[in-house]
Design a protein around this ligand. Structure first.
Ligand code: PMP
Length: 371
């Protein structure tokens, strides 16, 4: 704490991302990055911006297109919507932060008019949601997942200022069918509230609600190029929804930073979206590896939650999650674990290349032999 911090800064509980080690080479299965490189078209497009018209990086002298026109067009083509239904931001984390600010009620806006209903999200989910809620002073209620880490959409049929959850959910990887999500959207629409579905992992399994977007003016879908397009380093995410919602996000962005997506990111991301075939191939490889690793882990006594994402949520038997995590780390393999009571013994294992997953499985067997 510093005496120079205001009370807002003092009251924050910032998100702690997975480790990005610099000192040692690890097999990195801890932040759900895609293990395969991005499409070669991405590097070509970025290179073209760097060179500029005269080969001297001239384009970087100028601000980027604040509306991300070409990028939004590419995303719209890819997703089967209109460009006016797409908002682009600096990673989906930024888009999520803007969406919390735009659509969920904060205490400060309502203190003169009385109480303020909470936003609802699952208790075991993306741990950035409570952080955004605190940042914008939005009250929230965490709804417990059912046994087996499943979201029961009926639990969200109660007074709220809106609902958000990922599908597939993180870190457990379970999915909900579109039809139950859309039924919740209709319930919330009648109350004038927004439903945000964070589809960060939808390319790896499950069914997107995007085809039903035009029937649900209160439905906002968030997607990212970080995982499915191997571009976590470029920082590009999207919100897709009806034009009213997109305009709301633009109001927040333009009250904060008019140019959140830089020139390199706009060009590289558009190129990625135009190479769907390349990504379908690498992502189906990841889904196949997920199935193989899940069944191998079960054979050696792990409890494995059925996952539709690019990670597996699993608990070793006869050894605590912390101990297993540390032993993997000693062997040069990084996975993620969370210090929350109900999931303290689970590990979230991002899917790496086939060769990395062979080494991971081998080391898991070795650890279990030792104990
Ligand atoms: N949503 C979920 C559910 C995530 O797990 C992540 C990745 N940490 C994000 C959003 C953010 O992804 P990015 O900011 O890289 O687009």
């Amino acid at each position: 704490m510093s005496r120079y911090w205001n009370s807002r800064t003092k009251g924050l509980d910032p998100y702690v991302p997975g480790e990005q080690p610099r000192d040692r080479k690890f097999i990195k299965l801890n932040t759900n990055e895609n293990p395969y490189p991005p499409s070669p078209r991405v590097t070509e497009a970025v290179q073209k911006v760097l060179e500029g018209k005269n080969g001297a990086g001239e384009d970087l002298r100028l601000y980027p297109d604040p509306a991300c026109t070409e990028l939004r067009k590419a995303a719209a083509r890819n997703l089967g919507v209109k460009p006016t239904q797409v908002f682009a931001g600096n990673g989906s984390d930024e888009v999520l932060a803007f969406a919390f600010a735009a659509f969920f009620e904060s205490r400060s806006e309502t203190h003169t008019t009385g109480g303020c209903l909470p936003v609802l999200f699952p208790d075991i989910s993306y741990s950035f949601y409570p952080v955004y809620a605190r940042l914008w002073d939005i009250p929230f209620t965490e709804i417990p997942l059912t046994e087996g880490f499943v979201i029961d959409p009926d639990d969200y049929r109660r007074p709220s200022s809106g609902v958000i959850f990922p599908n597939p959910n993180a870190p457990a990887g379970r999915v909900l069918e579109s039809k139950v999500i859309l039924s919740l959207a209709s319930y919330l629409e009648a109350l004038g509230k927004v439903l945000i579905i964070d589809e960060a992992y939808i390319a790896f399994g499950g069914e997107s609600v995007l085809p039903a977007l035009n029937d649900h003016p209160n439905l906002l879908v968030i997607q990212t190029l970080s995982k499915s397009a191997s571009l976590a380093g470029l920082r590009v995410g999207f919100a897709i929804g009806c034009e009213d919602l997109i305009q709301g996000l633009c109001r927040i962005r333009d009250s904060f930073n008019s140019y959140p997506v830089d020139r390199l990111a706009q060009a590289g991301a558009a190129a990625a979206l135009n190479d769907a075939g390349y990504y379908a191939a690498i992502n189906s490889r990841i889904a196949a590896a997920r199935q193989r690793v899940s069944s191998e882990l079960k054979k050696i006594g792990f409890t494995v939650i059925p996952s539709y994402a690019n990670f597996i949520f699993a608990r070793p038997s006869r050894i605590s999650g912390t101990e297993f995590f540390l032993r993997l780390r000693d062997r040069g393999i990084l996975v993620r674990r969370f210090d929350r009571e109900r999931i303290a013994d689970y590990l979230r294992i991002s899917i790496g290349t086939d060769a990395e997953m062979d080494i991971f499985l081998e080391e898991c067997r070795n650890i279990l032999k030792e104990i």
